[in-house]
Design a protein around this ligand. Sequence first.
Ligand code: NAD
Ligand code: ZN
Length: 445
Amino acid sequence: MFLRSFGRQLLRAPSSSSSFLSANVSRAAARSVSQAAVYRNSLFCGSRALARHHHHHAGCGCSGSASRLTTKRGSTAAGTVASEISAAAAAAGAAAGIPRMQMGAVITKHGSPEEVEFKQIPVPEPGPGEVLVNIKFTGVCHTDLHALHGDWPLPAKMPLVGGHEGAGYVVKVGDGVTDVKLGDRVGIKWMNGSCGKCEYCLSARESLCPHILLSGYSVDGTFQHYAIGKADHVTPIPDNVSLEVAAPIMCAGITVYRALKEAAVQPNQWVVLPGAGGGLGHLAIQYARAMSMRVVAIDSGADKEKLCRDCGADVFIDFRKEADVVAKVKEVTGGGAHGTLVLSTSSKSYQQATEFSRPGSTLVTVSMPPDAQLNADIFWLTVKMLKICGSHVGNRLDSIEALQYVSSGAVKPVYKVQPFSTLPQVYSAMEAGNIAGRIVLDLSL
Ligand code: NAD
Ligand code: ZN
C-alpha cells in the first residue's frame, strides 16, 4: 500500500512535474514539426529497399522471402567499422551538405501504428551545447510503443518524432561545443540532456534530473535522419563497434546494465528475468552472465526460448506453458531469486516477482506496463526484508561501460535490420509480442 501512495506522490511532485512540462513545451516549440507533404509511398518496401533488405520479419508487410531472413548477433564488425570511420571522416568535411529538409516518422496523436506518418520535416539546427547527429541506425524500444499509445501518465510532446536508440555521425556542432567533434561516431539515448546542476546531476544520478530531456518523448528523437543531442550526453561509440550493433545498447543495453547493478546479485547467485526474450531481456541475460550471475529467463515461445538459451540463460520458463511460474522459479533457484529485473510488459510479472523473490533480495522495476501496480504484502515484504527499487536508464558512465562490454565481445546484441519505412509494422509486431531480441531500423532504406 505504501508503494501506491508513494507512486502518487511522485506523480504529484510539483517541482519535478512542472519543470518537466515547461522543458517539454519550450523544446516542443523550438522543434515543432512542419505538416509538410506525406511521402509514404516511396518509402514502403519498394524494390530498391527489398534488394537491400537484410531479412524478412513476420511483422513487416513486404513480400521479402524467407531466404533473406537474417538475425544478426554482433559485437564488433571490423569491416563495417572501418568503412564507417572513413564515412565519418567524410561527414566531418561535409557539413555544407546537410539538407534543409529530411524524412521523419511523425505522430501527431496517440493511437495505433497507423498514426505513424513519414513526412518531410525540417532538419533541426543545433543550439548552444547541442550537436546534430546524422542517424544511420536506430533501435525500436517498447518505450516508443508506449509513446505511440500514450499509455503512460506523463505527457509526450506532439507532434512527435519518436526513437531513442540512435547511432550515427556528428555533422554539426552548436556554439560552445568543444569535446564533441564533427565526424564523431555517437549514440543518442533516452536521456537526451539534463541540467547538469541539480542535486541529481551533481551526484551522477542524472536520470532523476527534474529538467531531463527525453529523446522521442519530450524532444524529437531518432526516427529521422538528423537528430539533436546535447553534446554532454551523446555517447561515444568505440571504434570496433559498428553503428547498427551500438544502436540497441543506447537504451536496452544501458538500462539493463544499470538495473543489474541495482539488483546487486553476487557471482553464482540467481537473477530472474521476466521478459527475457525481448529487447532489454536478451541483453540482460548477457550482461548478467558477463557478471557471473546465474540466469532464469522467463518469456514465451520457441523463438524466445532459443534466443534466451543462446544468450546464456541457465533456465528458461515459458510463462504460457508453466502452470505455476512462482513455484517453478523457487524450485530451480533453490528458494527464490537473489535478484529480479522485471522487463516484461505484463503487470502480472510484478505480482509474481514479489512472490518468487528470495528473502533479502532486490526486485528492480524496469518495465512500465500501463496502469501497473505493485501489491506487495507488507507482512512478507517486511519479514523477507525485500528491497524494491525502480531503475530508470543509466548515467553517462553506465552508457560508456555498457558499450565496453560490446567492444570486448562479452555482449552481442541480437537484432534484425529493417528499412526505416517498416516502423509501423515493427510496432504491430511488438504489440503482438512477436519480436525476439531487437529490430534495428536502417535509415538509408
Ligand atoms: P519487448 O517488447 O522487446 O520485450 C518485452 C518482453 O516481455 C516480450 O518478449 C514479451 O514476450 C515479454 N512478456 C510479456 N508478458 C510476459 C509475462 N507475463 N511474463 C514474462 N514475459 C512476458 O520490450 P522492451 O523494449 O524490452 O521493453 C520492456 C519494457 O521496459 C517496456 O515497458 C519499456 O518501456 C521498458 N523500458 C524501461 C526502461 C527504464 O529505464 N526503466 C528503459 C527501456 C525500456
Ligand atoms: Zn528504450
